[in-house]
Design a protein around this ligand. Structure first.
Ligand code: TYD
Ligand code: MG
Length: 472
């Protein structure tokens, strides 16, 4: 009999080594490698159960054209959730839902389960983390205790699959969470990469054979990765992450990967004492509580997937007491801030080397679009100069290293949303080509960062010191 070799497996990326190392060469993680015994080659997943045969089965190969039915979907009726899944849960698909602990994953899934169950679908909610009584308490708190959801507190994948294949196949099965699951085909402890991968494989196989849509909950580590399940991400059909910070009430469900629908799409929810409430107009929420008279705030007309979202960017530029000034960013990419600061210095005539710079996206949204450059620059210039930006203006545009303002996609949608919310001006790049399209808003097209700085200086109501002093 072949001797079982211990394997050393990186718990964050799944790389396999034959001896222990302090640092994973594949992902660069420190102290992430742990010993696991189990199947000789963990990459092959659970040991194949098919008896070895001399010859393989012959299967027909097919062409690209042929009869394909539209993926049959089960909408949850929660519009913000259906928007992210692309119109409902696809039969036989597997979704990985990641998010920080306590962000509201179980709450969201309980609400989705109850909505589906109330429509007459069979829904199973398997919790590996909480006892049945705890899940019931949450359902009661959400006012959903009367929904016919089938509940269990189980962690063994074989038992779960055996139970769920009895009777009518469920339309939806929730596994909360994949890290607590274990399968008998793998010897490692629950929570290890091998177990997570083995359990996920078994559940994916169940989904494909039964037609049940399965949602796997995955925890996220400090650095934003779905722990262990980096290795699961490529096996599932869709990956969604539930974001937000616990200091704010609203939560964003973001589609990261979707084989059956759009990515970059977001659903916005608000956490209340009765669970998650849908927010159908996020711009209103992100702009509420705006301080119109304060310098350093600019409204960014952004896009999240197909949906325009207006959000306030706040900047604070203050003389630094330290040798090396601080740069702190919340909700935006720090390296983009460095770039915008460099462009403002090189081409805008601003001196920021002796100033601390703070940038914050109000409300806890995370912006990834380069189109936010212009809004960030406007907020920074406004804060440094002490002159508030006109409260009826929105900003968008990408900044080039030469100081040029580059056009961005979907300008008409951004302008339309801004007009809808009562804005009357947009500071934006010169559009690529006018197609005689009527614009929803008066645009103040600017081609270079100097135009922005000059524009803000001109807005400044008779004030004291000249803000753009050149030093040295
Ligand atoms: P939970 O869904 O348990 O988070 P996760 O599964 O992502 O770990 O939600 C936990 C938080 O949500 C908890 O701090 C309490 C809060 N919450 C509300 O504010 N209102 C509610 O109605 C519910 C059910 C939870
Ligand atoms: Mg939970």
């Amino acid at each position: 009999m072949a001797k079982r070799q211990p394997n050393f497996i990186c718990q964050s990326c799944g790389a396999v080594y034959n001896r222990w190392k302090g640092k994973c060469e594949a992902c660069g993680g420190w102290n992430s490698i742990a010993e696991e015994t189990g199947s000789a080659s963990p990459l092959s997943g659970p040991v194949a159960t098919r008896p070895s045969r001399a010859k393989g089965r012959i299967f027909p190969l097919e062409g690209l054209t042929g009869e394909t039915k539209e993926a049959p979907r089960t909408p949850s009726g929660i519009a913000e959730l259906d928007r992210v899944t692309g119109g409902g849960f696809v039969r036989g698909s597997v979704i990985l839902l990641g998010g920080d602990p306590g962000i509201g994953k179980s709450t969201l899934l309980m609400q989705a389960s109850a909505a589906l169950a109330k429509k007459g679908h069979r829904v199973a909610y398997i919790s590996g983390e909480e006892a049945v009584a705890q899940v019931r308490l949450r359902a009661e708190r959400l006012g959903l205790a009367d929904a016919p959801v089938e509940l269990a507190s189980e962690t063994n994948v074989e038992d779960i699959v055996a139970t769920l294949t009895q009777g009518r196949a469920p339309a939806l099965a929730i596994i909360d969470s994949i890290q607590t699951m274990w399968t008998e085909t793998v010897e490692s402890a629950p929570g290890t990469v091998t177990q997570v991968r083995g359990s996920a494989q078994a559940l994916i196989r169940f989904a494909k054979t039964s037609g049940t849509a399965v949602i796997l909950v995955g925890h996220v580590t400090k650095d934003g990765q779905i722990a262990g399940p980096r290795v699961v991400e490529h096996m599932v059909d869709a990956v969604a992450s539930f974001e937000g910070d616990t200091g704010h009430h609203f939560r964003i469900l973001r589609s990261v990967k979707n084989r059956f629908g759009p990515t970059d799409e977001i659903g916005v929810f608000e956490m209340s004492d009765q669970g998650l409430r849908e927010v159908s107009n996020p711009s209103e929420l992100f702009l509420s509580g705006r301080d119109l008279a304060a310098p350093g705030t600019a409204v960014f007309a952004g896009m999240e997937g197909t949906r325009p979202v207006l959000v306030e960017m706040q900047a604070l530029v203050a003389p630094s007491a330290l040798g090396t000034p601080r740069r702190a960013v919340v909700g935006w990419d720090p390296s983009r801030l460095s770039m915008v600061l460099a462009v403002l210095e090189a081409h805008g005539g601003l001196r920021l080397g002796m100033h601390d710079v703070y940038l914050n996206v109000a409300g806890g949204l995370r912006i990834t679009e380069p189109a936010a450059d212009l809004a960030a620059a406007a907020a920074l210039v406004s804060s440094l100069s002490g002159s508030p930006l006109p409260p009826d203006s929105v900003f968008f545009g990408e900044l080039g290293l030469s100081g040029a303002i580059r056009p961005v996609a979907q300008a008409p949608a951004r302008l339309k949303e801004a007009a809808k919310l009562g804005f009357s001006r947009a500071v934006s790049p010169v559009p690529r080509k006018e197609k005689g399209e009527r614009q929803a808003l008066a645009t103040n097209a600017i081609g270079h960062i100097t135009d922005l700085v000059a524009g803000i200086a001109a807005e400044r109501p008779r004030q004291k010191a000249v803000p753009f002093r050149r030093e040295g």
